[in-house]
Design a protein around this ligand. Structure first.
Ligand SMILES: [Zn+2]
Ligand SMILES: [Zn+2]
Length: 277
């Protein structure tokens, strides 16, 4: 399988680029796409390192956006990572996440839920575009506290989300139509990620993005049932969209669904050749 949905340490995954390549080798994967959240920091590195292993890499991204109160992730494939519109948009998103991160940190610290210096987290910012909330857990573990990365989802749901300012959707700076258009400007194919996550709004939100250049639907995904797969295949066929797939890999500790990198994906790379879409 060609897994088209993989995260690394450059966003909120736990694997380094070397580790991702190692897993890909062990699973005999011939191609993959790195689709970190709102950053292309890892793309050049994975392309360079995977060449030696004969693994083809599709430059990818997963852009956070909002439409009608829904958090929508838009995947972009075969993007030009040097495109200035794309990088300008990612800077806006990164600044928003860093600001939101600091608000969360200050609140958690003030309420004695966490107790350690910001410097311990800021070093994670040295090599990536924006801090992820899960970097709090990485710093706590390094601080000798009795957690593992597997504790993160529960810690997030029971502690971090309690922050009264946890209002991701309300003031998020990027609309989904803009994410789709910028991926097109960067020469890529915009794909609606894991549509089932927004429930009944799925088809309606995808339809709204068609005139902006939506090019595909992520059909093959760990928690898409057979019924959902058929529904999204039908939608894609009706609108001439490509059908992609992947595991949304975040590393063994941070992937909360029951699948390993390479378990979901597509069989051929032909579908994401930009010249035919
Ligand atoms: Zn996503
Ligand atoms: Zn993802």
């Amino acid at each position: 399988m060609i897994d088209l949905h993989i995260h690394s340490k450059y966003s909120d995954g736990s694997n380094s680029i070397d580790e991702i390549i190692e897993i890909a080798k062990n699973k005999n994967m011939t191609a993959l796409s790195l689709t970190d959240h709102d950053t292309t920091f890892g793309v050049a590195e994975i392309i360079e390192k995977s060449q030696k292993e004969n693994i083809q890499v599709i430059p990818g991204i997963e852009i956070s956006s909002v439409s009608n109160g829904h958090l929508i992730h838009v995947l972009g494939y075969n993007i030009d990572i040097k495109n200035s519109q794309l990088q300008d948009l990612l800077k806006i998103i990164g600044a928003h996440f860093n600001e939101s991160f600091l608000e969360h940190y200050n609140w958690l610290q003030k309420n004695h839920i966490i107790d350690f210096d910001l410097d311990k987290i800021l070093k994670y910012a040295d090599f990536k575009q924006s801090l992820a909330l899960s970097d709090i857990m990485k710093a706590m573990i390094e601080n000798g506290e009795p957690y593992t990365l597997k504790d993160w989802p529960e810690f997030f749901n029971t502690k971090v989300k309690k922050y009264p300012g946890h209002r991701f959707i309300d003031d998020f700076p990027v609309h989904s139509s803009e994410a789709v258009e910028v991926i097109r400007q960067a020469g890529g194919i915009p794909v609606f990620a894991h549509p089932a996550r927004i429930g009944k709004a799925d088809l309606g939100e995808m339809e709204l993005l068609l005139p902006h250049g939506l090019g595909g639907v992520e059909v093959y995904y760990p928690y898409h049932t057979e019924v959902l797969i058929q529904k999204y295949e039908k939608f894609a066929d009706e609108h001439g969209l490509i059908k992609t797939g992947g595991t949304d890999w975040h590393g063994i500790e941070l992937t909360t669904w029951d699948s390993e990198m390479g378990d979901y994906g597509v069989k051929s790379l032909e579908i994401i050749n930009p010249s035919i879409h």
